[in-house]
Design a protein around this ligand. Structure first.
Ligand code: PLP
Length: 392
């Protein structure tokens, strides 16, 4: 008998993938510019030229494809620590960093390293759907705090009630997928205060896992608080997928600061989880590419242009939108209670959007605007028809 749970994960396609496949079918019929596919968070901004040059140069270097040490090549981890210290006035060093196959692996290794069967991990809706998969595969239970519809920050009263002796960790994601919201400093301060108090009350540290693939994608100079400055038991899971537009190359890291309780033990457990999962080491070529490109990002102004067109365009048509401070997602209130039905109706106009139900937030849809500007511009007349259908 095979493992039922794994069979279910492998055979059940995610709704986002399903919509994307439908888009491929429609593109072949009506043409690539006439399908307004906002389903996937695949960065459309080209990776920086310096990065392409670095890949070309390094891929022919002798020994570049060899295994590196399991947590990542020393020089690469040193370069990342230096970059963080310069930006955030911290004092990290190479042994705080474990390089991973993107943020997905950073999260799975962290959750597996921390959790024992029966532990609980709290997150806040709307949340990245894979948190449930990652948490359950670490034999823990994901507990979800319902959305704060006022401003998509955190519903602290509900959160406090859900913390108990089994709470091992809390996952936050800011800038957020799917809402585009950035947690304000006051939100992080309050979160840290509660976590400190509850850790003392239950006699165990509650770890704060900060999932940060969108850290650099922010608008109007909004600041993303760096969590390790506010809470000692904070662990950062980062990815270069979005900041350098290379999601398919799979590079990220876990940062376990020295200030974390028993930090060396926690770090070793996360490395051990990576080992148990068979990660061996993060992709070697791209580790060294990151070392050379650690101080640069893709041109984020593309996303800002897209954001402004879609946000203003949809608001003018009467849609209620959450103003995104970061990431490349627009979260829109469905004009009818059932966002699935709304997304289905949108498909009739070749607008492909994802219902919020899977993100733990029914009644909303996600628009991933990391697409060509032309697609956004072409989509507005279709959105107009959709708005007319609902008499907005
Ligand atoms: N966390 C969030 C919130 C994401 O949106 C994504 C990818 O879209 C990931 C983690 C996984 O990122 P990676 O491609 O680095 O594994």
């Amino acid at each position: 008998m095979i493992n039922e749970k794994m069979y279910e994960l492998g055979s059940k396609r995610s709704i986002i993938r399903e919509i994307f496949e439908y888009g491929n079918m429609r593109r072949s019929i009506v043409g690539v510019d006439n399908v307004y596919d906002f389903s996937l968070g695949n960065p459309n901004v080209p990776s920086p030229k310096e990065l392409d040059a670095s890949i070309s140069k390094l891929c022919i270097k002798e020994g570049i494809h060899a295994y590196t040490s399991a947590p990542g090549a020393i020089s690469v981890r040193e370069a990342i620590a230096k970059n963080l210290n310069e930006r955030f006035k911290t004092s990290f060093h190479k042994d705080n960093l474990y390089l991973t196959v993107g943020a997905a692996a950073a999260l799975t290794a962290t959750l597996r390293g921390l959790c024992n069967p029966g532990d609980e991990v709290i997150t806040f809706a709307p949340y990245f759907t894979e948190y449930k998969v990652f948490t359950e595969s670490a034999l823990a239970k994901l507990v979800v705090v319902s959305p704060d519809f006022k401003n998509f920050q955190i519903k602290f009263d509900e959160f406090e009630k859900l913390i108990n002796k089994n709470t091992k960790a809390v996952i936050i994601n800011s800038p957020n997928n799917p809402s585009g919201v950035v947690y304000k400093e006051e939100t992080i301060i309050k979160l840290a205060k509660i976590l400190k108090e509850k850790s003392i009350e239950f006699g165990n540290p509650i770890y704060l896992i900060s999932d940060e693939p969108y850290r650099e994608i922010v608008y109007n100079n909004v600041q993303v608080p760096f969590v390790t400055k506010y809470y000692n038991n904070a662990i950062v899971c980062y990815s270069y997928s979005k900041s350098l537009s290379l999601p398919g190359e799979r590079l990220g890291y876990v940062l376990v600061p020295d200030q974390v309780d028993d930090s060396k033990i926690v770090y070793a457990a996360i490395c051990g989880a990576g080992r148990a999962l068979g990660y061996v080491c993060a992709p070697s070529l791209f580790q060294f590419v990151i070392e050379e490109c650690v101080n640069i990002t893709s041109d984020m102004s593309y996303y800002e242009v897209n954001r402004n067109i879609i946000l203003n365009g949809l608001r003018e048509l009467g849609f209620e939108c959450i103003e995104p401070d970061g990431a490349f997602y627009l979260f829109v209130k469905s004009p009818i209670a059932d966002a699935n039905e709304f997304a289905k109706k949108a498909q009739e106009y070749d607008i492909l959007i994802v219902p919020g139900d899977d993100f733990g937030c029914p009644g909303y849809v996600r628009i991933a605007y990391c697409v060509r500007k032309k697609i956004i511009e072409n989509s507005l007349p279709a959105f107009k028809k959709l708005a007319e259908f609902y008499n907005l």
